[in-house]
Design a protein around this ligand. Structure first.
Ligand code: NAP
Length: 265
């Protein structure tokens, strides 16, 4: 199968790396990018990567074409891709701003919209997935199996896309910031090296994920088991509760408002 990527910026190159690392002999990857340097860099690491000169060439060559450019560039490209992509081909857009309806209105091919996450760099985390109306059940099953090579596809609706993307795609940045704050405070208060604080924190988080994911602990059970009345964790939770309660409501309001403002223009 030939899989193409139009745009190898931050997300496009991440997806090219993630699929290339699978070393699947049945997968030939083709990519093009407006400026050449980003492609040269990828070819240095993945010499079997095929380079195309123009987006239309990628679309003509590939069974699946990922469109990984910013919304403004995507809207410029779509009419040209509409001439190239045939009904049995497949376009996968990674843009939250382009609706399925808009894509299907310009293209006659099958359409899927996905929101990847930086976690796919580690072949992990969720890939939010929305299928267009031309996708049959077997197309959907094929696409989900294909995406499982680099993460966990999770089907969602356009109406829930903002909040789901906040969790799966923006979430890694939010939680990295919280981890940074946590470890830097530990360094300031405990004469630890930053490396030790980071190691202990990451191992703790891995253990917590194992408990919740593999041992069916709820987060409420974890809190109850660790934060016993009159104990040290309970005393510390009294600092945490007022500081954090409501904070994420403000965060989700901000992303909703940002999207609303940007979709107006
Ligand atoms: N960042 C995230 O975590 C994330 C997560 C999910 C979805 N997304 C979405 O993914 C999309 C891409 O984001 P990004 O962060 O990867 O942007 P980016 O780093 O700016 O990458 C876009 C790439 O597209 C190339 N490009 C633009 N027009 C082109 C054309 N006509 N032909 C070929 N290549 C072209 C650009 O080339 P140049 O080298 O010339 O600039 C650039 O390398 C955005 O819509 C974003 O919302 C991002």
């Amino acid at each position: 199968m030939r899989v193409g990527f139009i745009g190898t910026g931050s997300m496009g190159s991440m997806l090219v790396r993630a699929f290339s690392r699978r070393n699947d002999p049945n997968l030939q990857i083709v990519a093009c990018n407006r400026s050449r340097e980003k492609l040269d860099h990828l070819v240095e690491t993945f010499p079997t990567l095929e380079i195309a000169e123009r987006p239309q060439e990628v679309a003509a060559l590939c069974d699946l074409t990922f469109l990984c450019v910013k919304p403004k560039d995507a809207r410029l490209l779509l009419p040209e891709l509409g001439f190239t992509l045939l009904p049995d081909q497949h376009l996968i857009s990674i843009n939250s701003a382009l609706t399925i309806q808009e894509l299907e209105g310009t293209l006659s091919c099958k359409v899927t919209k996905i929101i990847p996450s930086i976690t796919q760099e580690a072949a992990s985390g969720v890939i939010l997935t929305m299928f267009g109306s031309r996708m049959t059940d077997s197309d959907r099953a094929m696409m989900s199996a294909f995406l499982r090579m680099i993460g966990q596809p999770f089907e969602t609706k356009e109406e829930q896309l903002r909040i789901c993307s906040d969790i799966t795609s923006c979430g890694p940045a939010f939680y990295s910031f919280i981890i940074q704050e946590f470890t830097q405070a530990a360094v300031r208060h405990g004469q630890l090296s930053p490396e030790t604080a980071q190691y202990l924190t990451v191992e703790m988080l891995q253990g917590l994920i194992d408990l919740v994911k593999n041992q069916n602990f709820s987060t409420a059970q974890v809190i109850q088991r660790v934060s016993v009345p009159g104990g040290i964790t309970e005393a510390a939770m009294q600092v945490l509760r007022p500081a954090v309660s409501g904070m994420f409501d403000d965060l989700f309001e901000t992303t909703k408002e940002f999207q609303h403002q940007h979709n107006k223009h």
